[in-house]
Design a protein. Structure first.
Length: 153
């Protein structure tokens, strides 16, 4: 095999790229458009951009199909984009263990089943109280369900 001769002059450095003007409308206006669609999740958004919601206004050319990429600096999550207020589980911030336990004890439950039913059905669980406290507080003071739900005798 023949070897390539070494270049006699160094490669010319590339000029920095100029930012391209966006073809999309500004973030606030695009988000308002998304809110008006009344979709409930990223799955709903995906179905919408695939045309599976014919009853809704079609996607306009100045609204990105992948808003989290187009608006990286402003992106706050799907709940913000769609107007649902939902926060992804991995981004939720919960009360410290001691405060969550005090709250749970104030409810007067004596079993994990009562807690789980209340979390699922009541609609009263504050967003900073986990529905699965053993998983959330495993390394932060969790002992047992009786300790979490019932005050010491």
């Amino acid at each position: 095999m023949r070897e390539k001769p070494a270049p006699t002059t160094p490669a010319k450095p590339r000029a920095p790229r100029k930012p391209r003007p966006s073809r999309f409308r500004d973030f606030d206006s695009a988000r308002a458009f998304a809110h008006a669609l009344k979709l409930e999740s990223s799955t709903g958004w995906q179905a919408y951009i695939e045309g599976k919601h014919p009853e809704k206004e079609p996607l306009l050319g100045d609204i990105p199909r992948t808003p989290r990429n187009a608006y990286r600096d402003q992106w706050q999550g799907w709940g913000d984009w769609l107007g649902t207020g939902n926060v992804a589980p991995f981004r939720r911030i919960f009360r410290p263990f001691e405060e969550a336990r005090a709250f749970a004890r104030s409810l007067g439950f004596i079993s994990p089943t009562q807690w789980q039913n209340w979390c699922r059905k009541s609609g009263q669980r504050p967003p900073d109280i986990p529905s699965d406290p053993p998983a959330k507080y495993r390394d932060q003071g969790w002992i047992s369900w009786p300790d979490f739900l019932q005050p010491p005798a």
